[in-house]
Design a binder for this molecule. Structure first.
Ligand SMILES: [Zn+2]
Length: 211
């Protein structure tokens, strides 16, 4: 008799509901902080709450994506919705096998704590994790000049207008001035305050924008 009750109770708990916590299978990784989860036969795009991983075109963007993939791809995850973002995406805390994906990204140096949106009490612990990762030069912190993705996105929007400084291409070692179409290129992730600093770092001026 007790077994039947437990069965009914469990069945009720598993019924689709409007609760903001649910379980689903990860069917896609868009980037380090955005995944697709199958829930009630529907694909839900989820933006991880409180963290920001490097953009695809930024250094470590791909590595952040790989990290997320290694943690959750194809797995069953617990999704705790916290919000909807301005693109209508579900913002959530994601747990896999009892571990927080959001926090793991920060701990391993693949994400910044998104301070602007991380206002919960646990965010303070996450910031400590970020500090530790930075100190240990984990992941993206191997680059001491790592630019926060929100700054990077902002710079991309007004490509060079009103900007100072130069962007060095870490692969070709060519540097560009604001306004150049290569200013925010894939590998143009290193910033120099002055032309002289770029030159002394061994970077060559771009032939097109002639910085
Ligand atoms: Zn240039």
């Amino acid at each position: 008799m007790a077994h039947i009750h437990i069965f009914i109770l469990t069945a009720l708990l598993l019924l689709p509901s409007n609760l903001h916590a649910w379980t689903g299978k990860v069917i896609g990784i868009s980037d380090g902080d955005t995944i697709k989860v199958l829930h009630n036969r529907q694909q839900v795009k989820i933006r991880l709450h409180g963290v920001d991983t490097p953009e695809k075109k930024q250094a470590f963007g791909n590595k952040a994506k790989k990290f997320t993939s290694s943690m959750v791809a194809g797995k069953i995850v617990d999704v705790q919705e916290t919000d909807k973002d301005r693109y209508g995406r579900t913002v959530a805390l994601v747990n896999v096998e009892g571990k927080s994906l959001n926090r793991s990204l920060v701990k391993s140096g693949y994400a910044w704590v998104y301070k602007k949106y991380c206002k919960d009490s646990f965010c303070r612990d996450w910031l400590k994790d970020e500090k530790r990762a930075r100190k240990q030069r984990l992941g993206l912190w191997q680059d001491p000049h790592a630019m926060a993705p929100w700054e990077w996105r902002h710079k991309g929007k007004d490509r060079g207008i009103g900007q100072t400084g130069f962007h060095g291409n870490t692969s070709s070692h060519v540097f560009h001035k604001p306004g150049c179409k290569h200013f925010n290129c894939k590998n143009c992730t290193l910033e120099f305050a002055t032309r002289a600093k770029a030159l002394s770092a061994g970077y060559r001026p771009c032939g097109m924008c002639r910085p």
